[in-house]
Design a protein around this ligand. Structure first.
Ligand SMILES: [Zn+2]
Ligand SMILES: [Zn+2]
Length: 557
């Protein structure tokens, strides 16, 4: 029976180009998941967009002497280009800069206000006497009171993931000029998170299918007790506050961007010419998954569910499979030190599937994992080229040449042949279950183990030798290997969409591999093959050093 699957993916700040940390944290797992569910015949809606607002963008703009709008336009285009080149299959990738998003945000704001879940209060906020302005969020930096990291900011500590208020920072200082701020009174709207404490706790306790890291982190927070949070800021860039007297303030980006999941769904429905269609994913039976990095957990397991509970009538998250971090050569990525690998730069020299593969098999699902150029080249050469690519290439090239470019007619299958086909069938079931449970790393390994098994079978049968004495037997072995390959193109379709499509074509199937469904692929004897080309390119291990040398260098980003 077909299901409805909503996939919301964290909204990236567009204050810099997309990097592989974005990919590993949220975008690749979400795309694998979306592709898989579409293959399963489920109805999928996957949305996200660029977060144009927030202090990361205004800070960048000030540094460059540009407007926040110019900065976010520039990087939004790069994100769109990266998604297209990587094959990320959005139903809609929009931005928080649309009139639709502002309208949906205002509706949620005003509804929560009417229901008394928002209230006005005077609060003490850091103010820089030298810059003569309030210092919202990232404009103030200091030491984290929880983990003592010195790079904590007025909105949160990236090191330990805890949200912070500016007043909690130890040794706070203005990011722009370094002056210690004074605290001044200012009026803001607060979200009454405390009102949802018990309701959230009861709900979270039911989510035994969540990743233990996400569940425990959230429960830990709820145990400490939720504090009401200010959801407006003294800033002039962002979605306006729909209340008189607040013309000079804006809605806080972390209240506003998560509403993007709903506004993007409405925009998608409008663009589809079926404006009420969003309701299928928000008001009818549907499982909602939110793919994010671990630094965004609180917003998705508490703040957004609280806003949804308060608003009423909309589906709560079903799962929030937050990933840990991808480090580079065991160091935390850093934009300021340029310790980062940028997606478009990467794709200017390498194909998308090897990158998708390396990140999939190395995905930071349960702990931080490390990206290294050595690791990338080794996985590419040993696994994609020598295992999967070689299997496809030697079987299809040899068959194409020796069997008139068609799938050979098999004879009776012996025990090793039956074993391999059984393994292929089992693998289809195992990978199905693994992706369904968001275990993408294990799913990639399991699929690759079928390619290894098929290589062992071929080595044992050696059809390139037996063809000289018994062409029929050689044809049977090749046929069996090709049936395994036909399953591999399905197994790898969510991970390696470009090469799966090639294998699909080489095997003589028409149309798109994405339309074939997640099922056993029959391979009719006599089907006309297409002459295959190498699936993957072997890379010179020396490249690793050259690439690693670029890290930490100025690239102009
Ligand atoms: Zn901390
Ligand atoms: Zn200052």
């Amino acid at each position: 029976m077909s299901e409805r699957i909503f996939i919301g993916v964290g909204w990236p700040y567009v204050n810099g180009p997309p990097h592989i940390g974005h990919l590993a944290g949220a975008y690749l797992p979400a795309d694998i998941f979306a592709r898989y569910h579409r293959l399963k015949g489920n109805e999928v809606l996957m949305v996200s967009g660029s977060d144009r607002h927030g202090t990361p963008t205004t800070i960048r703009a000030e540094q460059e002497g540009k407007t926040p709008s110019e900065i976010s336009d520039r990087y939004h285009k790069l994100f769109v280009e990266a998604w297209q080149k990587l094959g990320i299959t959005w139903d809609l990738y929009t931005s928080t800069g649309t009139a639709n998003h502002a309208a949906v945000t205002h509706d949620i704001f005003l509804t929560l206000l009417k229901k008394d879940y928002l209230y006005k209060a005077t609060t003490s906020q850091p103010y820089c006497p030298k810059c003569r302005r309030f210092l919202p969020d990232r404009y103030v930096e200091g030491t984290c009171p929880h983990c003592h990291d010195t790079g904590a900011r007025g909105d949160q500590c990236d090191q330990c993931g805890k949200p912070l208020g500016a007043a909690e920072l130890v040794n706070p200082h203005c990011r722009t000029c370094g002056t210690a701020p004074e605290f001044r009174q200012t009026e803001h709207f607060f979200l009454k998170l405390s009102a949802f404490q018990e309701q959230l706790k009861a709900w979270v306790k039911q989510q035994s299918h969540w990743r233990p890291s996400v569940l425990n982190f959230t429960l830990g927070f709820l145990e400490e007790g939720l504090h009401d949070r200010a959801i407006t800021r003294d800033i002039d860039w962002g979605v306006s506050v729909p209340v008189p007297g607040f013309e000079n303030k804006r809605i806080y980006v972390w209240f506003e961007n998560i509403i993007g999941y709903l506004s993007a769904s409405k925009e998608w429905a409008q663009l589809k010419g079926d404006p009420e269609k969003w309701r299928d994913f928000w008001q009818k039976e549907c499982k909602s998954y939110y793919f994010i990095g671990k630094d965004n957990i609180v917003f998705h397991t508490m703040n957004w569910p609280a806003a949804l509970m308060g608003y009423g009538g909309l589906n709560l998250p079903y799962d929030v499979p937050a990933n840990e971090y991808l480090t580079i050569k065991s160091k935390k990525v850093s934009k300021s030190r340029n310790w980062q690998v940028y997606v478009l730069d990467f794709l200017s020299r390498y194909d998308p599937d090897p990158l998708r593969y390396y990140i999939s098999i190395n995905m930071p699902e349960t702990s931080d994992t490390d990206f290294s150029w050595d690791g990338f080249i080794r996985r590419n050469n040993d696994e994609l080229v020598a295992t999967y690519g070689n299997l496809v290439n030697r079987v299809l090239t040899f068959t194409y040449k020796n069997f008139d470019g068609t799938v050979p007619q098999p004879g009776e299958l012996d025990a090793p042949a039956r074993d391999l086909l059984k393994k292929a069938e089992d693998t289809l079931g195992e990978v199905d279950e693994l992706i369904h449970g968001c275990h993408f790393r294990e799913a990639t390994r399991t699929a690759m183990s079928l390619a290894q098994e098929a290589n062992r079978y071929l080595d044992e049968k050696a059809p390139w030798k037996s063809i000289k004495t018994d062409k029929h037997q050689a044809g049977t072995s090749l046929y069996v290997a090709m049936v395994a390959i036909a399953q591999l193109k399905t197994l790898f379709a969510p991970f390696l969409p470009f090469s799966s499509q090639k294998v699909h074509d080489y095997l003589g199937f028409s149309g798109s591999v994405a339309d074939e469904g997640w099922r056993w692929q029959e391979l009719p004897a006599g089907q006309k093959l297409v002459e295959p080309k190498a699936l993957f390119v072997k890379l010179d291990p020396k490249l690793a050093e050259e690439e690693a040398g670029r890290l930490g260098q100025e690239t102009g980003h």
